[in-house]
Design a binder for this molecule. Structure first.
Ligand code: C2E
Ligand code: CA
Ligand code: CA
Length: 739
């Protein structure tokens, strides 16, 4: 008879792959659940009296009146206790016990039998019976035996449960330890591995088995062993002492590179007799070390890269400004200590901007890289070469015997740049201007030396570039003057200190003035009369050229009105236009409205632009010039042949006139020599049907040569210097009067 209540037995098998979901305890007979008891006897009277006897004691009773019925129940579900009659007609108690044993039924068995012989009892006990009761037994005896059997079973279950819990928590911790991204290990007091997790295999390709029992030094990189020993062998005062140490560990991976680990160590020392308890005596000895080693190789590499980039120029790989200052600081300290000299070279490439603008930034970058390589090759290993930014390089030359050493190195630098650079299939020539400042005469601090070498470099640029210049105090005055000049230029406009001068252009055949170039002058309150070349470059640098040109447009229109009134309508006016001004889209409108307002014919105006206007934005330049052309204004190319070769643009530009630069005219020294550049320019102009104006004509020889070569319009001191409007008006009046 099967009762309704059922208590299921669970499996206590733990899977080999661990999952926390599987951590429930094995369900089994515990003190809480009522015990399942199976009563087996073929004698109905015995069975019911047994059942009566155990009823009401909190058990769930199932009765089987034959061996086969018992087997049936036993195969259906688990029991905690089976009380089994030995002698039954169909299947004997021994056979049922054998069945239970093969099924691992696990129930406790109490065997009852009327058999007097000892064999039956031995047979039962051999098959694992808990007890053997000979019939007739007293009810008390049976109840006591049943109680004991169930109690034993409960204890067994509890033990099993505890064992399972231990095993499962051990698995849990092992799982956590093995799946940790770090190497976790313990060392005994002599530094030998007593435990190490699986991660060591993955990170270093050492197996845990070969490491257990080995000294930690088998894993530590040779160069780090001393440091490791120092930390691992530290004598502890505390019973626990933690330390952090960065060590490189050997790796057996194919790259063979040692990896860096941050080792967090916990040294555990215990009092001699106190195993795991916190000792309070001073007799402590090292019990062992527990450590976690974290692989920080990648982080370290990233850190190193970041640090490197913070101190280096990414493009050229040279030290940047920060590192340069640091090195210069160190070199200065050393020079001070040794009483020695040191040179700082400030190297700035000439015309780099032009290369960058014309050939593009990628080529510009490439040029800087190649320059860095060449410069490095010129210097000694103790010199520091740095890139401060743009095309500015600096070099610190420590332990200088005398100034001549700096000259030798500067010459070497200039020489190494002389060979053309091959960039994207083109040969590019470049030179440099070098400023030199010497410690201690030219400055004792980092800032002073940098500033003074910079000033010397600018001085070299102004002197014609491609060379070196030593700093001297007079340059400081010049550069202060430059700053002061720049400041006063801002107020010059408001104070009306600017004035337009005019230099006539003469037709060599008729000797008549056919045009005049407008040139700006500045009546400086302290420094006197300044030529355009003395201040307009600053105005270009700081943007003042825009308001200055606005003023100029107005000024020349007023002057033109006056000279037209004096009979000079046939005299054309040339005005110089800054590329910056042309770049701004509103130049055309400004000019047109000024001409309108003052009632001036556009055909009386010529705009002079340099070849370099096509560098920045050739398309806009062409558009602007086309508009001018449509309006009737003519366009001249100034300083032709000195800038970036514009021959390819020449066809696309609406040009009327080419001006032969003074530098070419100066080449004409006597009548017999040939000046191929002049001849070439003249033939280009002829070929394209353009007007020609020769600039800077100072001698009759030059005049004759130019005239014979086909140039008829001249401008230069031979005829007139630039003059004030008043003087020009006089000339115009005279000419008109002669007509
Ligand atoms: P540029 O257009 O080439 O002007 C010619 C320069 O050569 C002028 O110098 C002129 O005074 C000088 N010059 C003329 N004939 C002779 C000669 O026979 N011998 C010598 N040694 N020099 C001669 P300046 O006035 O100092 O102008 C320098 C440059 O400044 C000009 O070169 C021009 O590019 C620029 N500039 C002058 N005025 C203006 C202006 O109003 N606006 C703009 N944007 N630039 C101007
Ligand atoms: Ca000019
Ligand atoms: Ca010129």
């Amino acid at each position: 008879m099967r009762p309704e209540v059922d208590v299921m037995a669970g499996s206590s098998l733990i899977p080999s792959t661990f999952s926390f979901a599987d951590c429930d305890s094995p369900s089994s007979f515990s003190g809480e659940a009522p015990a399942q008891v199976l009563l087996v006897d073929d004698e109905p009277r015995m069975l019911s009296s047994l059942s009566e006897l155990l009823k009401g004691r909190g058990y769930i009773l199932t009765t089987a009146a034959s061996g086969s019925e018992a087997i049936q129940y036993l195969s259906e579900g688990p029991f905690d206790l089976v009380i089994l009659d030995l002698r039954m007609p169909d299947i004997s108690g021994h056979e049922i016990m054998d069945f239970m044993n093969t099924q691992h039924a696990g129930a406790n068995m109490i065997v009852t039998s009327g058999d007097r012989g000892i064999e039956a009892a031995i047979g039962a006990l051999k098959r694992g019976a808990y007890d053997y009761l000979r019939k007739p037994y007293s009810p008390e005896e049976l109840i006591k035996t049943v109680d004991n059997a169930l109690k034993q079973r409960r204890l067994q279950a509890e033990n099993r449960h505890i064992a399972w819990q231990l095993e499962s928590s051990e698995r849990k911790y092992r799982y956590l330890v093995d799946s940790s991204p770090d190497i976790i290990y313990t060392l005994d007091h002599e530094g030998r591995f007593t435990f190490i997790n699986d991660r060591v295999q993955q990170l270093l390709s050492f197996s845990r088995d070969e490491l257990i029992g080995e000294h930690y030094s088998v894993l530590v990189h040779e160069e780090d062993v001393t440091r490791a020993n120092y930390v691992f062998n530290e004598k502890r005062g505390d019973y626990r002492l933690s330390r952090n140490v960065e060590l490189r560990l050997k790796s057996r991976h194919s790259d063979g590179e040692a990896r860096t680990f941050n080792n967090e160590l916990m040294m555990i020392s215990l009092g001699a007799n106190e195993k795991f308890q916190v000792p309070d005596s001073s007799r402590r000895e090292l019990f062992g070390t527990y450590g976690i080693a974290r692989d920080i190789t990648d982080r370290k590499k990233a850190d190193e890269l970041i640090t490197y980039q913070a101190y280096h120029d990414i493009l050229t790989d040279l030290p940047n400004r920060v590192l340069f200052k640091d090195r210069l600081g160190l070199a200065l300290l050393q020079a001070k200590r040794n009483n020695s000299n040191l040179a700082l070279l400030f190297i700035d490439l000439d015309r780099f901007k032009l290369v960058n603008d014309t050939l593009g930034h990628a080529i510009g970058d490439e040029l800087l890289q190649q320059t860095a390589i060449r410069l490095k090759a010129c210097l000694r290993s103790c010199d520091t070469l740095a890139r401060l930014g743009g095309d500015e390089f600096t070099a610190v030359l420590p332990e200088l015997n005398d100034r001549q050493d700096a000259v030798v190195i500067s010459e070497k630098v200039l020489e190494c740049l002389r060979l053309p650079f091959q960039l994207a299939g083109q040969s590019v020539h470049i030179s440099a201007s070098i400023g030199i400042a010497i410690y201690p005469v030219d400055g004792e601090s980092i800032e002073e030396l940098i500033r003074n070498s910079d000033i010397a470099m600018y001085h070299m640029k102004a002197e014609g570039k491609n060379g070196h210049a030593f700093f001297d105090r007079s340059m400081l005055d010049a550069s202060y003057q430059k700053i002061a000049l720049e400041q006063s230029l801002r107020t010059a406009l408001e104070l009306g200190e600017l004035e337009m001068y005019y230099q006539p252009q003469v037709d060599v055949k008729t000797r008549k003035i056919v045009g005049a170039e407008a040139l700006m002058r500045w009546n400086h309150p302290e420094r006197g009369f300044l030529s355009a070349g003395d201040f307009l470059p600053f105005a270009e640098e700081n943007g003042l050229i825009i308001p200055i040109t606005d003023w100029m447009l107005e000024a020349i229109c007023l002057d033109l009105r006056a000279w037209n009134a004096a009979g000079g309508k046939s005299v054309r006016l040339s005005l110089n236009l800054s590329p910056q001004y042309l770049d701004r889209g509103d130049f055309f409108e400004k000019l047109r409205s000024a001409l309108d307002r003052h009632n001036i014919e556009p055909s009386q105006i010529e705009v002079e632009v340099t070849e370099n206007i096509c560098i920045h934005n050739p398309q806009t330049a062409i558009e602007q010039l086309n508009k001018l052309c449509q309006l009737g204004v003519s366009v001249a190319i100034d300083d032709f042949g000195t800038g970036y070769s514009s021959l390819s643009y020449l066809h696309r530009f609406p040009i009327n006139t080419i001006k032969i630069d003074r530098s070419f005219v100066m080449e004409i020294k006597d009548g017999s020599s040939q000046c191929p550049v002049v001849l070439a320019i003249i033939s280009i102009a002829r070929g394209l049907g353009l007007n020609l104006v020769a600039e800077g004509v100072e001698t009759p020889v030059q005049e004759r040569y130019l005239e014979n070569s086909g140039c008829n319009t001249m401008q230069g001191y031979l005829y007139h210097k630039p003059m004030a409007q008043k003087s020009l008006l006089q000339l115009v009046r005279n000419q008109a009067y002669l007509l």
